[in-house]
Design a protein around this ligand. Structure first.
Ligand SMILES: *[C@@H]1O[C@H](CO)[C@@H](O)[C@H](O)[C@H]1NC(C)=O
Ligand SMILES: *[C@@H]1O[C@H](CO)[C@@H](O)[C@H](O)[C@H]1NC(C)=O
Ligand SMILES: *[C@@H]1O[C@H](CO)[C@@H](O)[C@H](O)[C@H]1NC(C)=O
Ligand SMILES: *[C@@H]1O[C@H](CO)[C@@H](O)[C@H](O)[C@H]1NC(C)=O
Ligand SMILES: *[C@@H]1O[C@H](CO)[C@@H](O)[C@H](O)[C@H]1NC(C)=O
Ligand SMILES: *[C@@H]1O[C@H](CO)[C@@H](O)[C@H](O)[C@H]1NC(C)=O
Ligand SMILES: *[C@@H]1O[C@H](CO)[C@@H](O)[C@H](O)[C@H]1NC(C)=O
Ligand SMILES: *[C@@H]1O[C@H](CO)[C@@H](O)[C@H](O)[C@H]1NC(C)=O
Ligand SMILES: *[C@@H]1O[C@H](CO)[C@@H](O)[C@H](O)[C@H]1NC(C)=O
Ligand SMILES: *[C@@H]1O[C@H](CO)[C@@H](O)[C@H](O)[C@H]1NC(C)=O
Ligand SMILES: *[C@@H]1O[C@H](CO)[C@@H](O)[C@H](O)[C@H]1NC(C)=O
Ligand SMILES: *[C@@H]1O[C@H](CO)[C@@H](O)[C@H](O)[C@H]1NC(C)=O
Length: 448
């Protein structure tokens, strides 16, 4: 074997199995650092920072099978060609005031709504949790926040802002709120686990409800999520502004998930985009929505080429929900919009949705006299709610839908859709009768 071939073979062992062929594979790491663990339970953050500084490049970083106290928000940046083995767990402080005070002064780069407790930045980084279920965990102790309804100064768990990265076998246990943000490029998330379910609450209890516990937010490019299992009280996967080329496959979303979501896009008239997204083979159990798209009233930008396919529904409130006219109804009437447009949508495909609906169209997140997700006429029988902005939705199609309302036959499922909002000719390719009433499947003809 030539030296060249040997090098190629060795190098390929360390290539991240992303969605695209990377042009550059790093050398195998040569350095090793083990993260020291304080046996008295005191803050290990300095130990973590120390290992990540000493081994920032061409390195393996190993956590021991132990509970590390990650009591201070940290930024782990400047990483290049690093394989992290999280054989232990990372625990946030089990004390609400301490977390609030520390996140309040953290200089970690914030996300849209919150500041992450852990911020990873760099290239060619693999973060690999233990294969054992008891390890590779991030403990947020969020259940105390949920029980008390504390929603101020909540941290987001983590941001993985990596070019060419892998996250595998990570477990998020009772996060305070939002989970992982993924703004990077060429990334793969595998076997992700989320437990954001209250141990003593139901989906229609506001008390102890895990508000804003989104599983994964993706704004990156070339991202694959393969195998996800979670219980939470907000989106399982949320694809937000900037995302392109995302595959999210083989997942389970339980408790009271808010769905496999795109958006919100176009807040305050902003130009925002999402393109080339596939959700395939998901089970939605107790979710408020199966598939969801949301853009703000008066928004700009576009979402193009999005597919939701092979979606099993168990007690889901609404199977397919799409609005281009979103506003926060809990704050009052719709804003006066002057832009006379909306975020354009095109080439959306929904196919093979099957299962049953919930008795309720909302959940414990409805905390105002008018629910945030109230829809006139919505009565938990809807498989499809399309709230389109006239003339800005092109080539939307809904294929096979076999969904029954709670304890009712399949024939009793309904839709809400206003034919006046359809682009001329769009009904011929829509796949169902756009009306307010019974769901009637129609053939999907050729467009144009
Ligand atoms: C994503 O992958 C495609 C090939 O699959 C490649 O052409 C493109 O440059 C990649 N985009 C980014 C942002 O890496
Ligand atoms: C680690 O911490 C978790 C959460 O507090 C606890 O349930 C678990 O028993 C701890 N494990 C060890 C080995 O101390
Ligand atoms: C957060 O920071 C602000 C501004 O520095 C300060 O006024 C406030 O008291 C802090 N809150 C907490 C809970 O630490
Ligand atoms: C993730 O995206 C969802 C949907 O836009 C949003 O509600 C949530 O606040 C976002 N989380 C973060 C940390 O940005
Ligand atoms: C991710 O890192 C890039 C620089 O590499 C930066 O411009 C961007 O703001 C970061 N995004 C987030 C959400 O942290
Ligand atoms: C769950 O338990 C906590 C702590 O005992 C309590 O404060 C909370 O009200 C309980 N939630 C429900 C829905 O009963
Ligand atoms: C669909 O996803 C589930 C996990 O939720 C997995 O067990 C199953 O093998 C997947 N099916 C296919 C056809 O990939
Ligand atoms: C739509 O997006 C998917 C996922 O990124 C991609 O595989 C497919 O090629 C795209 N289709 C078109 C017509 O761009
Ligand atoms: C749906 O929820 C009801 C309780 O509201 C429960 O009785 C039923 O077993 C659930 N259906 C499925 C298929 O899990
Ligand atoms: C919206 O416009 C109407 C009529 O022009 C006006 O009465 C109302 O106060 C405006 N609302 C807001 C929030 O500006
Ligand atoms: C629907 O929600 C209400 C509370 O809003 C709850 O009392 C009721 O049990 C739920 N119905 C079912 C069938 O789950
Ligand atoms: C579609 O719904 C309209 C009512 O909005 C009804 O008049 C028409 O017959 C329906 N078409 C089909 C094919 O069911």
């Amino acid at each position: 074997m030539s030296l060249f071939l040997l090098v190629v073979l060795l190098t390929s062992l360390y290539a991240v199995p992303g969605t695209s062929t990377s042009t550059h594979h790093p050398r195998p790491p040569t350095k090793h650092c083990t993260v020291k663990h304080n046996h008295d339970g005191s803050d290990d953050s300095a130990n973590i920072l120390h290992a990540f500084t000493a081994c920032a490049t061409d390195s393996f970083i190993t956590f021991l099978p132990a509970n590390y106290s990650a009591y201070t928000p940290i930024t782990l940046a400047g990483l290049n060609n690093v394989v992290i083995h999280l054989n232990g767990n990372l625990l946030l402080p089990n004390n609400i005031e301490e977390v609030q005070q520390k996140i309040n002064v953290s200089t970690n780069q914030p996300s849209t709504y919150a500041t992450p407790w852990f911020y990873f930045h760099g290239s060619n980084v693999q973060l690999i949790g233990s294969a054992e279920f008891e390890w590779g965990r991030f403990y947020g102790f969020g259940n105390h926040w949920w029980d008390l309804g504390v929603r101020t100064l909540r941290p987001q768990l983590a941001t993985f802002n990596i070019t060419n990265g892998l996250m595998r076998n990570l477990k998020v246990i009772k996060p305070v709120a939002w989970g992982w943000n993924i703004p990077g490029t060429d990334l793969r998330v595998e076997n992700h686990f989320v437990d954001a379910k209250p141990d003593n609450g139901t989906r229609w209890n506001t008390i102890s409800f895990p508000f804003n516990t989104d599983g994964i937010n993706i704004s990156g490019h070339n991202v694959t999520v393969a195998s996800y299992y979670g219980h939470n009280g907000d989106d399982c996967i949320s694809i937000i502004n900037g995302a392109q080329n995302v595959f999210a496959t083989n997942g389970f979303c339980g408790f009271s998930s808010h769905g496999l979501s795109i958006g919100s896009l176009g807040s305050k008239g902003s130009f925002q985009t999402v393109q080339d997204v596939v959700f395939k083979n998901w089970t939605m159990d107790g979710a408020v929505y199966g598939a969801r798209f949301k853009s703000w009233t008066g928004g700009a930008g576009f979402a193009d080429n999005v597919t939701w396919e092979d979606i099993k529904l168990v007690n889901v409130s609404t199977a397919i929900f799409l609005t281009q006219n979103y506003f926060d109804q809990s704050l009052g009437p719709p804003p006066n919009v002057t832009s006379n447009s909306s975020t354009h949508i095109s080439n959306f495909k929904y196919n093979n949705f099957y299962g049953g609906l919930n008795a309720n169209w909302t959940d414990g997140t409805c905390i105002t006299p008018v629910c945030w997700n109230f829809v006139e006429g919505g009565d938990a029988t809807q498989s499809i709610i399309f709230d389109l902005y006239p003339g800005t939705a092109l080539n939307i199609s809904v294929g096979s839908i076999k969904v029954h309302p709670f304890e009712k036959p399949y024939t009793e499922t309904t839709v809400i859709c206003d034919p006046e909002t359809l682009v001329p000719g769009e009904q011929a390719t829509l796949g169902f009768n756009c009306t307010r009433g019974a769901y009637v499947r129609t053939p999907i003809g050729s467009s144009g």
